[in-house]
Each structure stands twice: as C-alpha cells, then as structure tokens.
Design a protein around this ligand. Structure first.
Ligand SMILES: [Ca+2]
Length: 247
C-alpha cells in the first residue's frame, strides 16, 4: 500500500472546503472538499437535511460534529496506513463490528491481538478489547450488577422525582427505598449509586429497573435505555447458553 501524505494542518483552513450552513429542505447536498497533500482530493457529500442544518422540523445542526469525525477519519487512516476510501462503515461513519465512530476509534480502540493494527472489521479480539476499553473508560466496574428489577413508587410525585435523574446513577439503595422503590434483597449491598429507569412496553404496563454505574456505562455507547436493556438481555442469554443452561 502506498504511504499516505501527511494531513495539512498548517493554516487551519485546509479542511474547511466550501460547506455552508444549511438553509432548509429541498437543497442539493453540499460538499466538503478535503486535500490530502497533492495526491488525493476527496469530496465528501454532506446531506444537510440528514447530517447538517435544521430542516425546519427541529433537527439539530450536526455539521460541526461530522466535520470533526471527518478529521478523525483522516487521522485514523494515517495511523493505520489505510487508504481513505478502502474501508466501509455505516451511512453515518460507524466502523466495523464495534460500530465506533472515527473519534471513538482514535480514543478507545485497542490492538488486543497484538498484530500491530487495530482491526474492528475482522479481529474479534480487537473488537472485544476495544468495547471493553470503551466501557471501562466510562466507569464500568468489574463484577458489579448492571441492573435490578424493581417496583416503582406508587406516589407519582416521588416516582417523577426519581425519574428526573434519567439514567445517571444518583440515589443510594436507602434513598430509593425511602422514596418507595421496592428493590430485591440482592441490591442491598450494591457498591454503586442507582438510577430509576422506566421502560415502556407498548400497551402493557411499563417495566422498571434500578440501573447501576454499569448500566450508565452502556448508555455512553448509545444513550437509549432500551438499547442498554437489549445489550444486557442479550449478554445474559449468551451467558446462560455458555453455561449450558440454554438461552
Ligand atoms: Ca489487532
């Protein structure tokens, strides 16, 4: 593979291109043109309705975020010796089995199999190590339960006060109990603050869990409580299967 030219950072304008703020729906996607030395010229189409300016329906302008991810992508390509067009990811830029954005790749991905490269497409060891490193960086505690199934306070004001903290572990077991949460005995010795999490079940009654710091760590990967519970449920099923109890 040919070596990549160094990124141009000297005047800070090399990656500005001609992208402008969006002005609403119906316009053609604009382009960010990025020069990589004299050898590459890459145009990256940014659909401002999906990734950029407000389309009039309240979606946030995320163009700054994706410009930063684009810069991280080129840094990644240089550090890994990858041609910028060689790897494919999700439409928004998430890479490989771990679905890391380029900035997360640069911060948290690790070479666990020791071959000198971080390979999130084909190395299960690198993927597992990178996800573990990501969770550890966001507070994962080894051996700590992720969540406890609980009954919420009957008092709706107390319930609302607990839910206001969202997924952030805020309350001790005693504080939750004082507010009317019914916790299982196994929660009594937990070494973590807890968050009351409400999970809607369509027409059925919602479920409630008390999420620990480990539940919170999973939500740093994806902020949805439903995503976190899906990860936890799948992980528990894998553990049961691995232990021979069936999924
Ligand atoms: Ca590796």
């Amino acid at each position: 593979m040919a070596s990549l030219p160094r990124l141009q950072h000297e005047n800070g304008n090399q990656r500005q291109g001609n992208h402008q703020k969006g002005h609403g729906a119906g316009q053609r996607p604009q382009r960010i043109d990025v020069r990589l030395g004299d050898r590459f010229r890459i145009g990256v189409a940014v659909d401002q309705n999906g990734l950029g300016g407000d389309d009039g329906e309240g979606r946030t302008d995320r163009s700054a975020f994706f410009k930063d991810e684009l810069e991280n992508w080129f840094v990644l390509c240089q550090s890994e010796g990858v041609e910028p067009l060689a790897w494919k990811g999700s439409y928004a830029g998430a890479i490989g089995m771990a679905q890391f954005m380029p900035s997360s790749f640069n911060k948290y991905a690790v070479d666990l199999d020791g071959d000198g490269h971080v390979n999130l497409h084909h190395s299960a060891a690198d993927v597992i190590g990178s996800v573990a490193n990501y969770l550890a960086e966001f507070g994962w505690k080894r051996g700590l339960a992720v969540r406890f199934d609980v009954k919420p306070p009957q008092d709706l004001e107390m319930r609302a006060a607990l839910l206001a903290a969202d997924v952030l572990p805020t309350f001790t077991v005693a504080e939750m109990a004082d507010q009317g949460v019914i916790l299982p005995p196994t929660a009594s010795a937990v070494d973590s603050a807890l968050a009351l999490v409400e999970l809607q079940n369509g027409d059925a009654a919602p479920s409630y869990v008390a999420g620990t710091a480990n539940f919170y760590a999973i939500t740093r990967y994806n902020r949805s409580s439903y995503y976190a519970m899906a990860v936890v449920s799948l992980g528990e099923a894998v553990r049961r299967a691995a232990n021979g109890a069936g999924a």
